[in-house]
Structures are given as structure tokens and as C-alpha cells.
Design a protein around this ligand. Structure first.
Ligand SMILES: *Cc1c(COP(=O)(O)O)cnc(C)c1O
Length: 395
């Protein structure tokens, strides 16, 4: 044991204690989860309307209203509301024609649903690294990687190692920070890939003036209780392709052929439609969305002010040319301070302050290790240095 550790705290303890103090100075006064919902509008009124009318389930006016108002907010032709973000990804992949045996490129750094939905669709996830700037797929890296990995025949990419067709790429907007989806769409076009955005975390995030979710064929949002706005549980697909939208709607509602009384179903399909009672909550939450994002951005400014006092790392800040919803605030330790991550997490959690790390890179998880992957040093590096901070809008 060194004499230093006998006489006082080690340097990393000083770093972690200081960081915990700064987090507590912004978030410590109010006990909260990592990102709790905020109800300050007509939520109770609309829920009562559902209960009074009896329309709480698969029939009722709020679903269409939620779909229309969500489509309008993001600037999409159509939105299809479903039971959660994971089912939205699954349905979108199937609706876009992703077949069993196809390979689908996904970022190694994401919530597990980005990869599990691909496997549920019968396809094979193929993991790629992320950009240290956007924390999403980098278009130049993607192009270079595809050049090494596939050959293009008749506009279709075939993985030269596995022999499987690579048919889609699913960029994700980490913590609400947009990936370079325009660049990714350009590369996808070169290689004949469909783009499906996992925009689950990015409602209210923009690249230039364009809302996330619409750079490719379709985009997916989640309205789980911990997202920017919630429907209890819920998700949606947005698209500008009205034929695709009609197909997705049909597949989300058991592919039942409209008829006064007969049960006729013309495809193998899902029962993924969002119930009316969830949509009612969603309509009320959409009315509050701008206010909630304003608060999330203000919270970012407060963390920025607090962390400006130290040089242990930096707060994740929006990439120039993009506008983030700041769904989750994140502090990235500098490489020489990365060993403080575990202490910050355990000390905060012991004190009831809700923090968490980023997701373990998906290509390291048991069920996914067997799938193809590029080298993913950036995903590992970011994972080893990031702490997500209490991010509820009411803080
Ligand atoms: C939340 C989330 C999902 C899944 O949404 P659920 O509604 O929880 O199923 C998918 N992808 C990402 C990146 C998410 O953060």
C-alpha cells in the first residue's frame, strides 16, 4: 500500500466525491428517478374522458388524434401508434421487408431493443462502432466498413464473409443527440440499404430544421415512462411514405380486412395497436412537449454551470448543426479520470441519486456475441467513461 492511500483519499476518490457533490447540487434536493414523467396538463381530463365513454381499449378517438398530432409535430405524413418502442421497431423492420437471414447494421452502443427487434424479425444484427462526437453511427466509418465487408451486386450488398444480404441500417440517436442521418442515408443509398431510425429517445431533436426519424424510410419513437413524454407504455412509427404507413397500420391491427362482422385476415400480422387510454395520455403529453423540452434544456444549462468548475471531463453537449432534446444528461469523464466512474455510480445510488452508465456495448452481451461485428473501440471507450445524470424535466 502506498503511503498516500494511508494518509488520505486517493486521487480518484477526490474526483468522484467532487463529481457526486456537483450532481447533488443540481439534482440532490429532489428525490427522483433517472427520468420521471411530468404531468402538468390535461392528462387526468383526457383519461377521465376514456373511462366515462368506455373507450379504453382498441377502439376510440384518441389513437387517431395522437397519430395525427405526433405526425404534425415531427413533420411526417403519417404516424402509427403501437404498444411500445420495441414493437414499433419490430413492426417497421417486417413492414420494410427485412427478411429472415438478412443482415441489419446496428450501432454497438444502444439500448438492447435496437438489436433484439432485428433478431425478432428473423434477421441478423451486424454491429458497428459509433462516432466519438455524435455517439451514433458515423457515415464515413460506415462506408469504409461496408467497402471492406460487402460486395454490391445489382444494387444489393452481400456480406462476403457470411454470404448474407445486408439490407438495412438502424441509426440511433443516443440520449436524444442526433446521429448524422443525412450522411448515413447517403451511404445507405450507395450500398442499397434501407434506413430505419431508432429515434426512440429523440422526440424534439433536430438535424438542421429536420426532425429526427424521417431521413430514411421510417423512424421509431418510444413513449415509455422514462422517455421525454409518455403514454404509460407506447411507441410509434413515423414515415412520409403513405403506402408504407397503410401497410404498417394494417399489420399492427392483425391484418383484419374491414367488414361489418366477418373475421378475415389477409396476412400474418401483429396485435401491436396502441390502446385508446394510452393515446389519451399521449395527446395530453404532446400538448406539454415543448415545455418539457424547454425544461430539459434548462437542466442542461444548470449542469453545465455546475460542471464548469471542474476539469475532470465534460458534459455531453449538442453537436453543431443539431438540436438535442437533452432527454438524458450525460457526463463524460476524461480518459485519465475514467476509473472514477464506478465510484460516482455507487456513491450516487447509495445516496438515492439516480444515475446510471450507458448500455454495455451490445456485441458483448451473451445473446449477441455470436453475431457479426466490426471492431468497436469507441463504443467501449464511451461506455467506460460516461455517467448519465438525473434528468427529469421537473428538476
Ligand atoms: C426506449 C428505447 C427503445 C424501446 O422502447 P420501449 O418503448 O421501451 O420498448 C428502443 N430503442 C432505444 C434506443 C430506446 O431508448
Amino acid at each position: 500500500m502506498s503511503s498516500e492511500s494511508k494518509t488520505g483519499p486517493s486521487p480518484s476518490e477526490n474526483v468522484s466525491d467532487t463529481i457526486v457533490g456537483l450532481i447533488a447540487s443540481v439534482a440532490g434536493g429532489k428525490k427522483s428517478g433517472l427520468h420521471e414523467p411530468m404531468f402538468m396538463g390535461r392528462e387526468k381530463e383526457y383519461l377521465a374522458e376514456c373511462i366515462d365513454s368506455g373507450f379504453v381499449s382498441s377502439v376510440g378517438p384518441f389513437v387517431e388524434r395522437f397519430e395525427n398530432e405526433l405526425a404534425e409535430f415531427v413533420g411526417a405524413e403519417r404516424a402509427i401508434a403501437v404498444v411500445n418502442g420495441t414493437s414499433a421497431l419490430h413492426l417497421a423492420l417486417v413492414g420494410l421487408g427485412i427478411c429472415p437471414g438478412d443482415e441489419v447494421i446496428v450501432p454497438a452502443m444502444s439500448f438492447v431493443a435496437t438489436a433484439s427487434s432485428v433478431v425478432l424479425a428473423g434477421a441478423v444484427p451486424h454491429f458497428v462502432d459509433i462516432s466519438p462526437t455524435t455517439w451514433g453511427i458515423d457515415p464515413d466509418d460506415l462506408r469504409e466498413y461496408l467497402r471492406k465487408t460487402v460486395r454490391v451486386r445489382g444494387g444489393q450488398s452481400i456480406n462476403t464473409t457470411s454470404g448474407r444480404p445486408v439490407t438495412a441500417v438502424v441509426p440511433m440517436h443516443t440520449l436524444g443527440h442526433p446521429s448524422d442521418v443525412r450522411g448515413i442515408k447517403g451511404v445507405a443509398d450507395e450500398f442499397g440499404l434501407v434506413v430505419l431510425e431508432d429515434a426512440a429517445e429523440s422526440l424534439g431533436s433536430y438535424v438542421g430544421d429536420a426532425h429526427t426519424g424521417l431521413a430514411g424510410a421510417a423512424g421509431v419513437f418510444s413513449f415509455n415512462g422514462n422517455k421525454t413524454i409518455t403514454t404509460g407504455g407506447g411507441g410509434a412509427i413515423v414515415t412520409n411514405d403513405t403506402d408504407l404507413a397503410s401497410k404498417l397500420k394494417h399489420l399492427s391491427t392483425t391484418a383484419k380486412v374491414p367488414h361489418q362482422y366477418e373475421f378475415d385476415h389477409d396476412a400474418l400480422a401483429f396485435n401491436y395497436r396502441m390502446p385508446n387510454i394510452n393515446a389519451a395520455l399521449g395527446v395530453a403529453q404532446l400538448e406539454q412537449l415543448s415545455k418539457i423540452i424547454g425544461r430539459q434544456r434548462l437542466l442542461h444549462d444548470r449542469y453545465a454551470e455546475a460542471f464548469a468548475q471542474v476539469t475532470f471531463g465534460e458534459l455531453k453537449t449538442e453537436v453543431p448543426g443539431t438540436r438535442a432534446n437533452y432527454w438524458l444528461q450525460a457526463y463524460i469523464l476524461s480518459p485519465q479520470n475514467s476509473q472514477a466512474k464506478a465510484a460516482v455510480l455507487t456513491t450516487c445510488l447509495d445516496r438515492g441519486i439516480s444515475v446510471r452508465p450507458l448500455w454495455k456495448p451490445l456485441n458483448t452481451l451473451g445473446p449477441y456475441r455470436k453475431f457479426p461485428s466490426s471492431q468497436t473501440p469507441v463504443a467501449w471507450d464511451i461506455y467506460s467513461r460516461v455517467v448519465c445524470l438525473p434528468s427529469s424535466a421537473f428538476l
